[in-house]
Design a protein around this ligand. Sequence first.
Ligand code: NDP
Length: 349
Amino acid sequence: MAARSPESPCMTDRFDAILITRPGEMEGQRVEVVTMTADELMPGELLIAVEASTVNYKDGLAITGTAPVVRRFPMIPGVDLAGTILASDSADWRAGERVVVNGWGLGEVHYGGFAGMARVKAGWPIRLPAGLSAEEAMAIGTAGYTAMLAVIAIEAAGVTPDSGPVLVTGASGGVGSVAVTLLAGAGYTVIAATGRIEEADYLRGLGASEIVARGELAGAPRPLAKERWAGAIDSVGGVTLANVLSMTRYGGAVAACGNAGGMDLPGSVAPFILRGVRLIGIDSVRQPIPARVTAWERLARELDRGRLQAMTKRIGFADIVGAAADIVDGKVRGRLVVDMAGAAGRRHI
Ligand code: NDP
């Protein structure tokens, strides 16, 4: 794509966007596809042509209105985007550079990735890591980058492949699928917990050695249960996380990164004070740039591309709203990548 200066005619190019509006306090939200120009985007130093995006669980919550993810209306949802800078008002960036942007309130308080163009602050993007296409970066997306942050966290807590197996919950979801793949690639023995036992072959294909039914982690948690894993990456929360903690081996570590099963944590302090288990919180949204660069560079180097392809379904801009409902209903396996060509900027005539 050709680089353009800030004064160039791209400001009047039209592109499509998904827009969430809330007409009145008492009314529900409305989701529609609108045509916009760059002048209508929110403030920021960088104008980006969005080439690829993805549908994460959080985007599903935002578009369906299931949880109050959107905190400013109207809002363009989409917490992730990858593309090319069209215009830069920052000395740190040039038109033509290829970038990835995740989090920072995109799709929550700042117009996000489900549009042909995005305008963001200069401090938000990272350069697209060498060896990754925009589409691959979005196949990874916030879900995969969060999985990498979780792997880094349990490594830093001293859990090595020799410590014992590592459990991944919500394993056939986006965070889970990437976590299984990364851990297996790094030599860990991976136990995958899933509510979709029919996906056992898929999970084995990503590198899981053992499959555990979600129901095994759904009972009333005991303060301490039989020690089963040295570490865990949990995207479910609630009773599941409480059970995971109660079954973590002495000195183990659990990275908590999601709430697909609940926001509560109905457990005991026993695993912490009697087994020295560590619970590490993972936030992807406000990670500082150096941690993002480390995580993305490791993803570019370490994530098996064949397995990434096997876990990814490609959809178009027109499919986003339907996919949002599916991900909230737990019907999406692995990752969704959105080819944003259908929303791309076109010259206004
Ligand atoms: P997905 O919907 O792709 O995966 C979630 C998985 O959790 C499902 O596939 C399912 O896996 C399992 N699950 C769903 N509902 C339940 C339930 N009621 N009880 C138990 N398990 C359930 O979402 P993502 O992987 O994109 O995200 C996972 C979680 O991580 C979400 O809560 C998301 O908001 C959070 N997240 C947090 C981030 C952060 O910064 N901390 C960043 C990214 C995501 P299966 O069918 O295999 O059981």
